[in-house]
Design a protein around this ligand. Structure first.
Ligand code: ADP
Ligand code: MG
Length: 280
């Protein structure tokens, strides 16, 4: 259109340097205005696409959370059903046949306790996300957990070695939930060490990430089992719930981080937790 208008204008305008300059500058100005408008429209379009993508992403992650929760609820029901059936059978038998269940008291109590623990941990997991994110130092969080676990570790003959290479690493975190993560990991490490052993905790910065390593000299995990440890309800302990690591993983993911495990059977296990620092 601009070119067409310019050609028409040239056809009736006497040719002199002033007119050529005026027509040329009008042509360029109109072209610039059109290009700027087009650029603005394109930017808006890109913004809308991004917004829609973000919305879709949020929906997908919400859906994933609901799926996981459903899976866990099914697992929980399965875990609770067996002990409940056994306890029901015992009480019914005792009622109908005057059967003395006194020798079974301990078993019943321990099963009830386990169910209680399972439901309490499940509630923690399924609690709506009321996280309180604030900038906190990871060092502060680790020292809190170490002070909570150190005396128990020492009583069992273990030592906790803390190597902190960077005291100023802060990220946006829900402090209490993060304490729970490292508490669960150290607890698992303590439980994995039969003889006296060492838990080494390192806090370091790698590129733009804050990295925490929790390493123990415990029994280790074989390759096949290593794939299952983050599954809800996977446990190798008689009184375990199998929820500790899945809760850790969920909290870490909610903080935008990752958790990985590496292990050598009979030598020990290393958990590496990595948080991007861009949200400090
Ligand atoms: N540090 C560790 N050393 C050896 N095995 C571990 C360690 N941490 C976790 N595991 C394995 O992963 C399983 C799942 O751990 P977790 O989810 O905390 O549940 P729980 O502690 O109730 O069993 C444990 O039962 C154990 O077999
Ligand atoms: Mg555990």
């Amino acid at each position: 259109m601009i070119a067409f208008y310019t050609v028409i204008r040239i056809s009736y305008t006497p040719v002199n340097s002033y007119n050529i300059l005026a027509i040329g500058s009008d042509f360029l100005t109109s072209l610039a205005v059109v290009l700027i408008i087009q650029y603005i429209i394109e930017m808006e379009r890109q913004k809308n696409i991004l917004k829609e993508e973000k919305k879709r992403e949020e929906l997908r992650s919400q859906e994933e959370k609901m799926n996981l929760l459903g899976e866990m609820a099914a697992g929980l029901a399965h875990e609770i059903k067996n002990p409940l059936t056994i306890i029901q059978g015992l009480i019914q038998h005792s009622k109908d046949n005057n059967f003395n269940i006194q020798p079974w008291y301990d078993l019943i109590l321990s099963e009830v306790k386990r169910m209680n623990k399972l439901t309490a941990e499940f509630l923690q997991f399924s609690k709506p996300n009321v996280s309180l994110y604030q900038s906190h130092s990871i060092h502060e969080c680790l020292t809190r957990v170490i002070s909570l676990t150190e005396s128990r570790a020492r009583n069992l003959g273990h030592q906790i070695v803390y190597m902190e290479y960077n005291p100023h690493l802060s990220i946006q975190m829900d402090f209490d939930k993060m304490v729970q993560v490292f508490f669960n990991l150290i607890n698992n490490s303590i439980q994995s060490m039969i003889e006296s052993g060492t838990i080494t905790i390192r806090l370091l910065r790698v590129d733009n990430n804050a990295v925490v390593e929790v390493m123990d000299t415990g029994i280790g995990i074989n390759k096949a089992d290593l794939k299952k440890i983050f599954h809800p309800f996977y446990t190798t302990k008689p009184d375990g719930t199998g929820l500790g690591l899945s809760i850790c993983q969920k909290i870490i993911q909610d903080h935008g981080g990752t958790i990985e495990a590496a292990s050598t059977l009979n030598h020990g296990t290393l958990f590496t937790i990595c948080f991007p620092m861009n949200n400090a």
